[in-house]
Design a protein around this ligand. Structure first.
Ligand code: GDP
Length: 617
């Protein structure tokens, strides 16, 4: 065709190649290995890295993002896989294992159980009682040591589950459970939800239920304290049935067992039920493989060095094995079971104390038997990444350090994320603040919004090194936690001129003493009562921390502060209380404020004045 002009050609070196293949990139891949995978020369990779401003040698480890970017440039889509996955794949291909042979080698392993439930419903008592049943049942070895998990065997001879074993994690409650899960660890196979028959379903019962459900772990309900004359096990059944846990004998699928930890009633039955539910899940593991497991707890012990309780989940861990665990590595010098007995090997579903670690791992870290050199290399790479991450966080922008950063880092911009209670204020504030820009620093409003400061705001601030300002709004609890972790400066104000003043002074490096609020606790308003003379009493449940009689408080509704002041009265039942803690109910009356509504949150805090350093601009 006439007049056709071919598309312009760009220099090849800068133009990414079309994607023609896909590769997998292992953790901490070296320049050399990546070049091999891509089928290009290492020096081409190094040249490309230089263009991106990265000086690298052939043996240098690259992080996923960079490696991915390079691969794309050289025409390959890439998938990042962790060292754990990579090793699993290599092992499978070495052994020539197919899915079928792997399945054939797998044997049934004991289930791992976490006990959850409301405070004082008997979690600890139940754990202790079960442990003792076993010991009393004639098992040699004596007293169980607390190592974070223990294994019991059903020793009742006429039991259909005679001889079977169950592992119990020894830190009851859903906090530890979810913390582990947040680290990517899946340890628990079954949750036993303990509900006291005399008390019934309570807030933490429901929380525990939600956590177990979120983790897709089956629940067995242990209705405890049935020895008590005021026990009403059927009421518990009814309450839970209403919330989706329908008992088997009422046509549902949830197993309920009436127990008494105190009188040791039905403990064998509970264990049989655990085995039954475990069978439905078909829990399998292959003891022939090299061991893998998860750290349940870890500590530094005088004389013994680092001691980690590891729950072996698959394969067998043996004395002499080299391994990687989280950011560290080691060689199994010795292992002890939950009765402090030295063991040579630990098959699947066995908790053991492991000696011989080079560093302290965290609970939830995965342990994996691996070649010593490789384990050391990956551990060092992870450790370095972790250090970099902390460094990056501590250099985040804060208002106090602003003048310093302008001076030393030649900072020219102050990025701000602004959240306000109403759109109007947000606009006015954005405008006012932008006008504060001077020849040295330009104020840049990255984002304005209405409502509580949420996690997305914090992530945005973290990614763009910004400060968050809340005007008549509060951070959501999760956002607050994330901000603490990411070291994001959040400033809360309710008076425009104060805010203006603070920013001005920050720019001059003359930040006045700031008022620091220390968070104490939080209670949710579940009910309100009008009491003549006293005003509105809010029937509250303390969600976390502590509410003190003399703390400052704010009332938050849908993330917006509607009142700030003091507590008028704090009561537990009919009595005055000086403080009410996490998990308890109380009545709160706010001084000079009666418009409290169900669903509001009362936050308690203490205010301190902190003198900021008087820097010089
Ligand atoms: P946790 O906070 O859930 O770990 O609860 P605990 O195990 O500490 O038990 C709380 C209280 O309930 C303790 O005083 C126990 O003695 C008591 N308790 C636990 N189980 C039973 C039981 O089966 N019957 C009776 N009567 N009391 C129990």
């Amino acid at each position: 065709m006439k007049g056709f002009t071919p598309p312009p050609r760009l220099a090849l070196s800068n133009e990414p190649l079309p994607i023609t293949r896909s590769i997998t990139i292992g953790e901490g891949v070296s320049v050399k290995d990546l070049a091999e995978k891509l089928g290009v020369r290492a020096k081409d990779l190094i040249a490309r890295l230089l263009m991106k401003g990265v000086m690298a040698t052939v043996n240098q480890s690259l992080d996923f993002e960079l490696a991915k970017d390079l691969a794309r440039h050289f025409g390959a889509e890439s998938e990042a896989i962790s060292f754990e996955d990579q090793t699993a794949q290599e092992m499978a291909s070495l052994a020539g294992t197919t899915v079928e042979t792997a399945a054939a080698a797998a044997v049934t392993r004991p289930p791992v159980v976490t006990i959850m439930g409301h405070v004082d419903h008997g979690k600890t008592s139940l754990l202790d009682a079960i442990r003792e049943t076993d010991v009393a049942g004639g098992e040699a070895g004596g007293i169980t040591q607390h190592i974070g998990a223990y294994k019991v065997k059903i020793t009742k001879e006429d039991s259909p589950a005679f001889g079977r074993q169950i592992v119990f994690l020894d830190t009851p409650g859903h906090e530890a459970f979810t913390r582990m899960r947040a680290r990517g660890a899946k340890v628990t196979d079954i949750v036993v939800l303990v509900v006291a028959a005399d008390d019934g379903v309570m807030p933490q019962t429901l929380e525990a239920m939600d956590h177990a459900k979120a983790a897709k772990v089956p629940i067995i309900v242990a209705v405890n304290k049935i020895d008590k004359p005021e026990a009403l096990p059927d009421r518990v059944k009814k309450q839970l049935a209403d919330r989706g846990l329908m008992p088997e004998d009422w046509g549902g699928t949830t197993v309920f067992v009436d127990v008494s930890a105190k009188k040791r009633t039905n403990l064998n039955l509970l264990m049989e039920m655990i085995c039954l539910v475990a069978d439905l899940q078909d829990l399998k593991a292959n003891p022939e493989r090299p061991g893998t497991g998860t750290v349940v707890e870890a500590k530094v012990d005088r004389g013994r060095g680092v001691v980690a309780t590891v729950l072996v989940q698959n394969g067998t861990l043996r004395v002499g094995d080299n391994f990687i665990v989280g950011n560290t590595f080691g060689k199994v010098r010795a292992m002890f079971d939950d009765r402090s007995k030295a063991v040579e090997e630990a098959p699947p579903s066995t908790p053991v104390e492991v000696l011989g670690l080079e560093g302290l791992p965290q609970s939830g870290d995965m342990l994996l038997v691996a070649d010593r050199e490789k384990a050391r290399q990956i551990a060092e790479y992870r450790e370095q990444r972790a250090r970099e991450a902390t460094l990056a966080k501590s250099s985040k922008l804060s208002l106090e350090g602003l003048a310093e950063q302008i001076k030393t880092a030649g900072m020219k911009e102050l990025p701000i994320i602004l959240k306000a209670d109403v759109q109007g204020s947000a606009e006015v504030l954005a405008d006012t603040l932008t006008k504060l820009s001077n020849e040295k620093v330009k104020i840049k409003i990255l984002h304005t919004g209405v409502g509580a400061i949420n996690e997305n705001d914090v992530l945005l601030a973290s990614a763009s090194n910004a400060v968050i300002i809340g005007f008549n709004v509060r951070p959501e609890r999760k956002a607050q936690e994330l901000a603490e972790m990411e070291k994001i400066d959040i400033r809360l104000h309710s008076i425009i001129y104060e805010l203006q003043d603070q920013i001005k002074k920050a720019m001059l490096g003359l930040l006045e003493p700031i008022i620091k609020e220390t968070y104490m606790g939080r209670a949710e308003v579940r009910e309100t009562f009008r009491v003549p003379k006293a005003g509105t009493i809010a029937g509250c449940y303390v969600l976390d921390g502590t509410i003190k009689r003399d703390s400052d408080v704010r009332l938050v509704r849908d993330g917006v502060q509607v009142f700030k002041g003091r507590i008028g009265s704090l009561k537990r039942f009919k009595d005055d209380a000086s403080e009410v803690r996490n998990g308890m109910e109380c009545g709160i009356n706010l001084q000079n404020f009666n418009d409290v509504k169900k669903g509001d949150v009362i936050e308690a805090f203490v205010t301190e004045r902190i003198a900021a350093e008087m820097g010089v601009a």
